[in-house]
Design a protein around this ligand. Structure first.
Ligand code: FAD
Length: 311
């Protein structure tokens, strides 16, 4: 084992791209397994817009920054784990010897590579949505539905996802209105099935969202209609935190997230993916679990090759 602190040119056991819940969970497990680890983290986690993170056992309601602070404090107990705050911009190599280059042109080497770079929000096209995002407009009912329960809620989504999101949010409020923002190409019967349940469907494009200090007041449509609402759940437009896995030949879903197996392995030997960037379950608990699984599997592969070398 070579310590990164002592020799920055060393071949480390694991390089982790991304230091959100998934990457830090992997770093913790690997640190406890006495592995040399470098976490390269731009430090722009997706949930930074929200004040409280919910649903992670023992940490319900904690702020994302506090979650991060405690994680970093606990990982600091393991001296073989280091962090650098920067972006990974290039990656190459193969199982046993990967290279990752950062924005500054610094190259780090690792035997295994874990991508835990999450997903990022693409710029919001609806005027006024950015101002309420994380305060009274959210994307995940499991994360923020409790706080929004029984409010007059707007669902902003089109296509197949509109029905799914409306059905899901109906568990938290019966006062719902669906805004498709211009989408009207429904499969037969879908729109009617929503309306039959007393949920109005507005297809006109949204002109803007009116709000006061982060609190939604109404949705104004291009056709002049204004609908009072006090909260929003919407379908975000997302892209992967990094395109490096794809550039290295990893298989990806249509939305760019990595395809990994139950052990978080990609199709490329030595490259793993964990968290939002390799899943459709966008939750802290799921990301932490994925990071932990990936760490155990990478450590297991490293132990196996070390075992063979000793024989
Ligand atoms: C508004 C909002 C509210 C949410 N609320 C909750 C909640 O209450 N409960 C819950 O369980 N979940 C919640 N989530 C979801 C939760 O935030 C994510 O599931 C979780 O953060 C995913 O963890 P991750 O480690 O995969 O990615 P992230 O937390 O996004 O972390 C990825 C990290 O990788 C870094 N990175 C990306 N690209 C690079 C690169 N090229 N080089 C270096 N670093 C890079 C990023 O800067 C970031 O620091 C919420 C999400 C949003 C958007």
């Amino acid at each position: 084992m070579t310590l990164f602190h002592n020799n920055p040119d060393a071949l480390l056991d694991v390089l982790i791209i991304g230091g959100g819940p998934a990457g830090m969970s992997a770093a913790l497990v690997l640190g406890r397994a006495r592995r040399s680890v470098l976490v390269i983290d731009e430090a722009l986690p997706r949930h930074r817009v929200t004040k409280e993170s919910h649903g992670f056992l023992t940490r319900d309601g904690v702020s994302p920054s506090e979650l991060r602070r405690v994680a970093r404090e606990q990982i600091a107990a393991y001296p073989t784990v280091s962090f650098v705050q920067t972006a990974a911009v290039e990656a190459s190599g193969e199982d046993g010897n990967f290279n990752v280059t950062t924005t500054e042109g610094k190259v780090y080497r690792g035997r295994k590579l874990l991508f835990a770079a999450g997903m990022k929000d693409l710029p919001m096209e609806i005027d006024g949505l950015k101002e309420v995002y994380g305060s009274s407009a959210f994307v995940c009912p499991y994360c923020d539905g409790w706080e929004m329960q029984d409010r007059a809620l707007a669902i902003i989504a089109g296509g197949e996802f509109a029905l799914h999101l409306t059905k899901t949010v109906s568990g938290w409020s019966s006062d719902l209105a669906l805004f498709t923002n211009g989408f009207s190409d429904w499969e037969e019967g879908v729109k009617e099935s929503i309306e039959q349940r007393g949920i109005p469907v507005y297809e006109s494009p949204i002109r803007r969202i009116e709000s006061t200090r982060g609190k939604v007041r109404s949705i104004v449509l291009e056709d002049g209609t204004e609908v009072e609402r006090t909260g929003i759940f919407f379908a975000p437009r997302l892209a992967p935190g990094t395109d490096l896995p794809k550039a290295m030949g990893c298989e990806t879903e249509e939305n760019g997230s990595m395809i990994v197996d139950e052990f978080k392995k990609s199709n490329i030997p030595g490259i793993y993916g964990a968290g939002d960037g390799a899943s459709r379950m966008y939750q802290v608990a799921a990301s932490v679990a994925a990071g932990s699984i990936a760490a155990a599997m990478m450590n297991s592969e490293l132990l196996e090759s070390e075992w063979q070398e000793r024989g």
